[in-house]
Design a protein around this ligand. Structure first.
Ligand SMILES: CC(C)(COP(=O)(O)OP(=O)(O)OC[C@H]1O[C@@H](n2cnc3c(N)ncnc32)[C@H](O)[C@@H]1OP(=O)(O)O)[C@@H](O)C(=O)NCCC(=O)NCCS
Length: 273
């Protein structure tokens, strides 16, 4: 039959022309222990971070130091990566993904134990701007996973990093057990051998019912990175998800702590251990 009133629908163009043109023929995920990471790998990681992570926010120069000029790129040297992210004596991992032999993203994580449970904390996650929104962050976090990990943690101002962590570590952002974060984040952070995690202050109504700032599950880390990009991601996400972690304010980041779901394992057993 002929349709005498054909339906005409507008098909929106893809978000970015560059994204649609990019081919990803060869995608390789690799994982390394601290002592396997060479200086040249760290040099590449330093460049990836310094060119793609983000820029300093308006208050950074005042709060962090003069070097953190508003709008200038947040940088990390390879020496700092080695000393802070792959510290001797910590069980640290480095994972990276190359696309057609170019470094497209990487992540660092360190592990420590609390009440007999192994905590794996993602200390850095960055994906090259040309390769975003193609599942690489989820892939990197998946690559970090070890069978004996009990809990995963992450602090990030980027809602996409939280989404990726929820997905890679076995859940969905809409189903994360906030109760587990409320009851365990403080003790896990306090036991961390990493100073910025240990010293971060929990913020939001999850931890303080009288907090009316709009924060829910956040940490004050004093990291005044510019929030323009994370805030626009948050606005986009709120159109399709019931975002559970609250608002994003300057100097604070979201915190996500997820227990590995195993048979006969529960939040209760974590607390009792
Ligand atoms: C955060 C970051 C690592 C995400 O990397 P990515 O490879 O683009 O993430 P993925 O493609 O794996 O996407 C994960 C989820 O986030 C969503 N997402 C990614 N970027 C998004 C954006 N800008 N806005 C809305 N949603 C976004 C994806 O659609 C996906 O959701 P889905 O699984 O429901 O489809 C990347 O944007 C980045 O490097 N940002 C700058 C550095 C940073 O803030 N790092 C986090 C600090 S720990």
């Amino acid at each position: 039959m002929f349709n005498l009133q054909p339906e005409i629908r507008y098909i929106a163009p893809k978000r970015s022309a560059r994204r649609s043109k990019l081919r990803m023929d060869k995608k390789v995920f690799e994982r390394f222990d601290s002592d396997q990471v060479t200086d040249s790998m760290l040099q590449e990681a330093s460049q990836l971070f310094s060119e793609n992570y983000g820029v300093w926010g308006e208050q950074a120069a005042e709060k962090v130091g003069k070097f953190a000029k508003f709008g200038s790129r947040v940088r990390l040297s390879k020496e700092r990566l080695r000393n802070d992210y792959l510290r001797d004596g910590l069980l640290c991992s480095y994972v990276r993904v190359t696309v057609d032999d170019n470094l497209a993203g990487n992540a660092f994580a360190c592990r420590w134990t609390v009440n007999g449970k192994k905590i794996c904390w993602v200390t850095q996650l960055v994906v090259h701007q040309d390769y975003r929104e193609r599942g690489l962050a989820v892939g990197l976090l998946n690559e970090l996973r070890q069978d004996d990990d009990d809990v995963y943690g992450l602090m990030s101002s980027h809602p996409a990093a939280c989404l990726a962590a929820a997905k890679a570590f076995g859940s969905h952002i809409n189903y994360i057990p906030l109760e587990f974060i409320k009851e365990n984040a403080g003790s896990i952070m306090k036991a961390s051998p990493i100073r910025y995690i240990r010293e971060a202050k929990l913020r939001g109504s999850l931890f303080d019912p009288e907090d009316s700032s709009g924060l829910v599950s956040s940490v004050d880390t004093g990291f005044f990175v510019d929030h323009e990009e994370p805030l626009s991601a948050l606005t986009r996400l709120r159109q399709s998800t019931d975002w559970p972690l609250g608002e994003l304010l300057d100097g604070v980041e979201f915190i996500l702590v997820l227990e590995v779901r195993r048979r006969r394992s529960s939040a209760r057993s974590f607390r009792k251990a």
